[in-house]
Design a protein around this ligand. Structure first.
Ligand code: ADP
Length: 297
């Protein structure tokens, strides 16, 4: 009887452990595991149970992280949208009240309202673009395009602005026949955002260089400037949505007149949609270099 008792104990103990772990898990404790050491079928079952529990725990924490990121995104987006909406509301109230008969003030408020409306439509259009890209709803038409054409189209949009600001904007001529495997519209948009920033953050007398070169795995494209540079504490965050460098916000008195921290997030999404990657190197007071690596076709 004693021997029988030991044998049955040896058989039922692993089952009980498995049972307890399953019950704890059913009650929501995702860290529950069945510590069964036997080498038989029950041991095998416990191993499978533990693996499933590991996987479930991982999936739940990924979902929780995504939920937190989404919450943060919604909070940031509402904050960004609230600023122009509040400004518009104030202008309308002023035009209906104190400035009702002041033509000059009315003209000024209408002008300001237009700026805020432009800003609102810019933010919403870009947010839509970003979420479509991130949800893989945008079908990219990736084909080899002449590097010279892609770079010149992006640069052409900023020639006048660069001239007005006294910034020397040039293309480092790519080798003849070099092609960039990309969706040309999207890639031009990404490059435009980089060039826009480079011109924006480079003071009078500075230079911005744009170029491309073949690599063993594909193509490398860069936008390099001799501008203000990015502080080391900002550097890891510049690709985050709505992130604006401390110097940028301080220099503009927090008014955020041009852009809103979405530019680089869009660039990164476009590059990732091409299965590429983007990196930034920057030294404050010396300049920044954004480099995109795209895989070959
Ligand atoms: P925005 O330019 O609208 O602020 P971005 O997403 O394009 O937003 O850039 C995020 C931040 O990265 C900027 O606020 C700025 O601080 C920094 N940054 C981006 N590009 C440059 C650059 N070429 N030189 C210096 N700082 C830059």
């Amino acid at each position: 009887m004693i021997v029988g008792l030991f044998v049955s104990q040896g058989l039922t103990s692993p089952i009980r452990k498995l049972n307890t772990a399953a019950r704890r898990m059913g009650d929501g404790d995702l860290s529950a595991r069945a510590h069964v050491r036997s080498e038989d079928e029950i041991g095998e079952l416990a191993n499978q149970f533990n693996e499933m529990a590991d996987q479930m725990q991982r999936s739940f924490s990924e979902l929780a992280a995504e939920r937190d990121a989404l919450r943060q995104f919604i909070a940031d987006a509402s904050h960004e949208l609230r600023t122009p909406i509040t400004a518009l509301k104030n202008f309308v109230e002023l035009m209906q009240g104190p400035a009702a008969r002041d033509q000059e003030a009315q003209a000024e408020f209408l002008n300001e309202s237009q700026t805020q409306l432009d800003r609102l439509s810019w933010i919403t259009a870009n947010l839509l673009d970003l979420s479509r890209l991130d949800a893989h709803l945008v079908q990219l038409d990736i084909e080899p395009h002449s590097a010279e054409d892609v770079l010149s189209s992006a640069v052409a949009l900023f020639r006048t602005r660069a001239q007005d600001r006294g910034v020397d904007l040039t293309i480092d001529p790519p080798e003849a026949g070099l092609t960039i495997p990309c969706d040309s519209c999207r890639m031009e948009m990404a490059l435009s955002n980089l060039i826009d920033n480079a011109v924006k953050y480079t003071p009078l007398g500075g230079a911005v260089h744009v170029g491309a070169v073949a690599t063993p795995a594909g193509v490398e494209v860069w936008v390099q400037d001799t501008g203000a540079g990015i502080a080391p504490e900002d550097l890891p965050h510049v690709f985050e949505r709505f992130y604006r460098g401390r110097q940028t916000t301080a220099a503009q008195g927090g008014a955020l007149p041009d852009g809103s921290g979405l530019g680089l997030a869009i660039v990164q999404s476009v590059v990732q949609a091409h299965n590429g990657r983007i990196e930034v190197e920057s030294t404050p007071g010396v300049g920044s270099r954004f480099t995109i690596w795209l895989p070959g076709l």
